[in-house]
Design a protein around this ligand. Structure first.
Ligand SMILES: N[C@@H](CCC(=O)N[C@@H](CS)C(=O)NCC(=O)O)C(=O)O
Length: 217
């Protein structure tokens, strides 16, 4: 394998934060190239050649290029996290993948939908009914996690896995957004556990001020 990790994407991107957190969690050396958002560059032919989907993140590892945030964290876990983020046992890994894929299809569309409607949309353009619908979907998803996290410390089992990275990047925004938060002690404890990790604090607990009231990117 040719080595040399390069991550492309802006730091305020929720999807980028998954890859960034995984890189930091694994203590890897990488180059970070800022593209997307106010940095631009996503339509450059050179970037499109790497990522024809034209979004961030994109990860390069030598001659390998991977896009789609969940594919990037699975790759990093498999390549560099055999003793930590990865699960060699297919039965254990099935649970990690279950929560990772559920995050892609259910949890993230709910919470990120709410974030767009209630944080990114300028106040005078906000749609209260749409916000209520997205809020209810977010609460339903969090309720599922609340039940699961009552059984073990992390989403899939007792240790951090890439499922926690996929889902956990939502928590800083959830706990700092101006919304009602029903008491969910297990989710709260999980957030505290994640906040105890330097890699999470460095990559996820970062300002999203540039996104507030801004629909541009
Ligand atoms: N399904 C993709 C979604 C990627 C995505 O939507 N990225 C957003 C940022 S979170 C983006 O590139 N937006 C354009 C920009 O930042 O300029 C993934 O998980 O990687």
């Amino acid at each position: 394998m040719t080595s040399g990790l390069i991550l492309w994407g802006r730091k305020s991107s929720a999807n980028l934060q998954k890859t960034l957190w995984a890189l930091e969690e694994l203590g890897l050396t990488y180059e970070h190239r800022l593209v997307g958002g106010s940095h631009g560059g996503l339509d450059d032919p050179a970037y499109r050649a790497l990522n024809p989907n034209g979004l961030v993140p994109t990860l390069q590892d030598g001659d390998l290029t991977v896009w789609e945030s969940h594919a990037t964290i699975r790759y990093l876990a498999g390549a560099y996290g055999q003793e930590s983020l990865w699960r060699a046992d297919p039965r254990q890994r099935a649970r990690v993948d279950q929560w990772t894929d559920w995050t892609a299809t259910t949890f993230q569309p709910a919470w990120l939908g709410l974030f767009w409607l209630a944080v990114r949309t300028p106040t005078d353009q906000q749609d209260a009914k749409a916000i209520a619908r997205a809020y209810n979907k977010t609460i339903a998803a969090l309720t599922l996690m609340e039940r699961e996290l009552g059984q073990h410390a992390y989403l899939a089992d007792e240790e951090l896995s890439y499922a926690d990275i996929a889902a956990g990047i939502a928590l800083y925004r959830w706990f700092t957004m101006a919304v009602d938060r029903p008491d969910m002690p297990n989710v709260q404890a999980w957030y505290q556990r994640l906040s105890g990790r330097a890699a999470f604090r460095r990559t996820v607990m970062v300002s999203y001020a540039e996104l507030v009231g801004r629909l541009a990117f």
